[in-house]
Design a protein around this ligand. Sequence first.
Ligand SMILES: Nc1nc2c(c(=O)[nH]1)N[C@H]1C(S)=C(S)[C@@H](COP(=O)(O)O)O[C@H]1N2
Ligand SMILES: [Mo]
Length: 406
Amino acid sequence: MKRRNFVKRTALGTLSTLIGAEIVFGAKLPNGYLPLALQDPDPFKMFNKDRGMEVLNDKPWNIEAKAHLLDDKVTPNSSMFIRNNGLIPENIDINTWTLTIDGESVKQPKTYTLPELKSKFQQYTYQLTLECGGNGRSEFDPPAKGNQWTIGAVSCAEWTGVRLRDVLDDVGIKDDAIYIGYHATDVHLSRDPKKEPISRGAPMQKALQDETLIAFQMNGKDIPLAHGYPLRLVAGGWPASVSGKWVNRISVRNVVHDGTKMTGDAYRVPCNPVEPGDKVKDEDMCIIESMPVKSLITYPKSGATIGMGKSLNIRGHAWAGDLEVSKLEYSIDFGSTWKECTLEKPANRLAWQHFNAKVEFPKKGYYEVWAKATDSRGISQPMLLPGWNPKGYLNNACHRIAIKVV
Ligand SMILES: Nc1nc2c(c(=O)[nH]1)N[C@H]1C(S)=C(S)[C@@H](COP(=O)(O)O)O[C@H]1N2
Ligand SMILES: [Mo]
C-alpha cells in the first residue's frame, strides 16, 4: 500500500515536470489517464490541414499534399505542404518583432519594426510557386536520405509584402554585394541556441527581382504560424528553402552565403551528370537555383473510374522556375503520342499556370494519363526519373494518374 502510493506520487511528479506546471487536482487523476497536454497533438487540427495530407515526420513537422488536394488555382493553407528543418518558434510577439538588414555589404545595418516595414514601403501581392528542392525524392534509386516527398511538396499561394529590393535600397548596399542570406527564429532540433536549423539565401540578381518579397500575409491573412508568421522571405521559382520563414535578419554578403544548408550535399547537385550512387567531390557540386519545369494533374484523383463513351476533363498546374511554361501535353499511351492541353498564362511572373484538356478513350480498360510541360526555352519534363543526385533533388518526372474506363 505504502509502496503503491509512492509510485503514484512519483509518476504525478513526472507528469507535472513534463507539463511544466503543478497538476493542481493531481490526486483526482483517474488511474492510467494521460493529461490532454501530453497526448499526441493532432497535426491536422494544429495546422488547419486537410486530413488527406500525409505526415512524413513529426520531429520536425513535415507534411505533404496529395495531387488532388492541390486542385485550387491559389493554394489554401489547408493543402499547403509544411517543410520544417527545426522546431517552430513559440511565443512570437509581433510588438517586439524586428527585421535587421546587416552583413559585409551594407553601408550601415538597419532595423525595422513590423509597422515600419508595412508603412514605409509600397506593398505588392503576387501568386508565387514554392516547391521544395526535395519534392519527388522518394523515387530515386539508390534512395536518398531525408523526407520521402512524393509529389506534394509544392504550393502556389498569394503572398503580400514589401519588395526586398526596396528595403535594401533604403538601407544602402555596397558595390561588392553578391548574395543575401536569411536568419530566422526557429529552433535547432538539438535546442542548442548557437545552431541554426537553416540559413539559406540567393544571389543579388534573385534578391532584387520585383517578385522577391518580405511577406507578412498569405492569401489575404496573417501568414499561418507553420508557414513563417509574422515575416517570411518569398522567392518564387527557386527551391522553397530560399524562402526563409520566421525571418528576423537578412545579411547582405560579399561572399556566397555560407549559412546552414548552403554547403555539402544540402540543396546542391552534381554540376554534371553522375552515375547513380557515385560519390561526388565537393567542388563538383553546384547550388540549386531556378527549379526545373514540372506539372501536376490535380483532377481527377488517380484511380478514378469513368463510363465508356464519356470524355474526361482533366486539369492541373505547371511551373518552370524563373521561366514560363510554353506548352502542356498529355498522353494516354505511356508517352508514345501526345496531344496538347489548353494552357493559361500565369497570373503574374513565377505563378503556376493552369491547364485543362478533354480526354477521349478508345475502349474499355486501364489507362494512365501522363502530363508533360515544356518551358519557354523548349526544355520538357523527363517521362521518368531525371539525373540521380546524392540528396534526391529536382525530380521533375511527368506526373501520371490511373484511369479505368468501364
Ligand atoms: N526558418 C526556416 N525557413 C524555412 C525552412 C525552415 O525549416 N526554417 N524550411 C525551408 C524549406 S526546405 C522549404 S521547402 C520551405 C517550406 O515552406 P512551407 O513550410 O511554408 O511550405 O520553407 C523554407 N524556409
Ligand atoms: Mo525544402
